[in-house]
Design a protein around this ligand. Structure first.
Ligand SMILES: Nc1ncnc2c1ncn2[C@@H]1O[C@H](COP(=O)(O)OP(=O)(O)OP(=O)(O)O)[C@@H](O)[C@H]1O
Ligand SMILES: [Mg+2]
Length: 133
């Protein structure tokens, strides 16, 4: 077991500004992610669980820098993701990716489901009595 983490998240924060007023000034902030710290070793899986809006997706987006964190550090494979330039980030995204929540997009079940439903349809068609006229 390696002693260094594959993914290291340190004091990650993301605050979204809420703007209002005539000049669209920042009047408040949503603390979507507030001081998240964890290590993930190679081969480990981590589940983030919490009520809707507690910051799970925002944590993932900040780790990948799909949005910029307000503060904190993300290290992947001993690279400081938070300071990488665009080119290096693009390269890194071959190894770090988001899998979207929508099951019809994130799991390759469409083919199997289509086959299953067409089989079910033909089974029900053969089981149904012929319509009386
Ligand atoms: N671009 C944004 N601008 C302002 N606020 C945002 C933005 N994105 C997310 N938020 C707010 O940040 C908070 C965390 O949202 P997030 O989408 O990370 O929650 P979540 O835990 O993934 O929720 P769900 O389980 O519904 O997917 C919420 O209050 C949300 O309204
Ligand atoms: Mg989410």
């Amino acid at each position: 077991m390696p002693d260094t983490a594959l993914l290291r998240v340190k004091n990650l924060k993301k605050y979204f500004p809420i703007r209002g007023g005539l000049f669209s000034r920042e009047v408040a902030r949503v603390h979507a992610v507030d001081d998240v710290t964890f290590d993930l070793m190679k081969g480990e899986t981590l589940g983030l669980v919490g009520e809707s809006g507690c910051g799970k997706s925002t944590t993932g987006r900040c780790i990948l820098r799909l949005i910029e964190p307000t503060a904190g550090e993300v290290w992947f494979d001993d690279k400081n993701v938070t300071t990488l330039d665009k080119r290096s980030l693009r390269h890194l995204r071959r190894d770090m990716q988001i899998i979207f929540q929508d099951p019809s997009v994130s799991t390759p079940t469409t083919c199997a489901a289509t086959r299953t439903s067409s089989r079910a349809a033909s089974a029900s068609a053969s089981a149904s009595p012929a319509p009386s006229r």
